[in-house]
Design a protein around this ligand. Sequence first.
Ligand code: NAP
Length: 288
Amino acid sequence: MVSDMGVCYLLGYPVGHSMSAVMHNAAFRELSLEHRYELLPVRPGDLASVVSGRMRDPDVLGANVTIPHKVAVLGLLDWVEPEASRIGAVNTLVNDGGVLKGHNTDGMGAMRALLEAHEELRGSRVLLLGAGGAARAIGYHLTKNVEALIIANRTLQRAVELAEDLSSNTECVASVEACSLTTGDLKTALKEADILINTTSVGMAPHVDESPICADLLSPGLLVFDAVYNPMRTKLLRDAEEAGARTLGGLRMLVYQGAAAFELWTGLRAPEALMLRHVEEHLGGGGS
Ligand code: NAP
């Protein structure tokens, strides 16, 4: 039974940068629901008590989970959907009558956005920058479809571990390799790549003039997808446009992962176009 005046939270630390309240509260208003979405800063040492306490109260519909809790929260839940278990990270909690369930909508959101920009992933060769939570979710879905995936990360060991985890998934059809984030390794990796995806936090506001990759390495044949959505046009995307590459910002991924969470909490179809418009307006206009 869904509460008439339920509350959803964003659990993270920090949470002030998030656009989730903007889009979810707009969606609740649009559907005349009296629910609300609140940002809840939770320090790592407090996660267990929030999850065993407040999150199970009858008025709580659920939550989104963000940095740094997406992996740690897995062990605190009553049930985790098999896909989120295989990804190894949870970004959405549903309070089902005091039973707390975990889902991951990040990877699915990214894939929807990517498939709109690049209809056929089979046969594609992808260079994925980053080996954190977003890379885990996106990498999991990519390796079910693409021909080759190279994971490049500042901390090489994390890229190696993620490549091993993804390769060991029985649904993986891709060759998966790891490399460092150095220009030499990226240059080699990009020689064969059709798609470049950034899941590092490099370029995120306020560091808007930073990019995880040297502009010289970008070329017209690439689709460049940046999971960072604030700013909407990151330095990486500006460099990619300049190089003649096609670009995709992180805004659609944000809205699609949010819409999937909204549907889990309410059982209703999310007004995605309205959610996208509200976030765009909040971030200062322009496209994604
Ligand atoms: P995370 O788990 O903390 O991972 C952060 C990643 O960024 C790691 O690979 C880390 O490398 C790398 N990194 C951080 N600072 C770096 C630097 N100065 N130079 C090089 N690499 C650096 O975070 P996450 O949850 O995956 O999120 C990553 C980004 O994706 C964030 O910007 C987030 O906003 C974005 N995101 C967007 C959406 C969306 O809906 N659009 C959803 C999820 C995440 P090390 O391993 O070396 O530390």
